[in-house]
Design a binder for this molecule. Structure first.
Ligand SMILES: [Fe+2]
Length: 241
């Protein structure tokens, strides 16, 4: 499996606080069958750590990979970021400030939970106008999608990639997120499920409970497509089926 969304880089956001925590997360992911983790620190947030493209970020991926390798953990780190659509989003797009997923055409985009559908659409178009494909991080967590899931379905129909969170399906992120994620999954609008992990004790990158949940509650869903094939196509900069 490939985990498309994970806050595993140490000290860059509210995810792993230390390199030791990053290693615990990598080992936990590997134990559950994850072979590749896209390291996607928050980017363009209000705080001081913007995590824009640059040598610091590149060094962070490399350093973590070296530590993972030296501990014999069978996991490859792929580059990425979770870009918050806010502020001077379009200017940063023009400047090439955002790390896409493994250098592909795919850009992982998140919004404030109470963002308006109009602004969301404007940002999706801004991404597409620059030749990139937006991957919408956890649509099930946005209030407008919870109130009207057909909004996210429409995104999917228009070629935007929907990535829901493991924790949403498992009910860890509230009943509305659980209900909305389940509905989008049943309607075939979801392309990827990822961990959005922040630690090894809570919001973890272990996929075991998710796979059991999918088998029990969503027998019609093929987990290989959402957890392996689609993220692999993204890593290879290929079109999704
Ligand atoms: Fe995230």
């Amino acid at each position: 499996m490939l985990d498309l969304h994970c806050h595993i880089l140490p000290g860059l956001d509210d995810g792993a606080g230390t390199p030791e925590i990053s290693l615990e997360m990598a080992a936990l992911a590997a134990d559950s069958g994850v072979t590749h983790i896209f390291a996607t620190p928050h980017c363009n947030t209000r705080n001081e750590q913007k995590n824009f493209r640059g040598p610091e970020l590149i060094q962070a991926y490399t350093k973590l990979q070296e530590a993972i390798d030296s501990h014999g953990i069978p996991v490859k780190i792929l580059s990425g970021a979770e870009v918050l659509a806010r502020g001077h989003f379009e200017d940063h797009l023009d400047a090439g400030d955002f790390m896409t997923l493994n250098g592909s055409r795919y850009l992982l985009v998140e919004y404030y939970f109470d963002e308006s559908p109009d602004y969301m659409e404007r940002c999706l178009r801004a991404v597409e106008d620059r030749g990139l494909v937006p991957v919408v991080a956890h649509p099930e967590r946005y209030y407008c999608v919870q109130n009207a899931p057909e909004l996210a379905q429409l995104w999917s129909e228009r070629g935007r990639v929907l990535q829901i969170n493991k924790g949403s399906l498992l009910g860890d992120l509230g009943p509305m997120a659980a209900e909305t994620a389940s509905l989008l999954l049943r309607r075939g609008a979801v392309a990827v499920i990822a961990s959005d992990a922040h630690h090894f004790r809570f919001r973890t990158p272990h996929m075991g409970a998710l796979l059991e949940h999918l088998e029990r509650r969503f027998p019609e869903v093929d987990p290989r497509l959402l957890l392996r094939d689609n993220p692999l196509r993204i890593a290879r900069d290929q079109a999704l089926v």
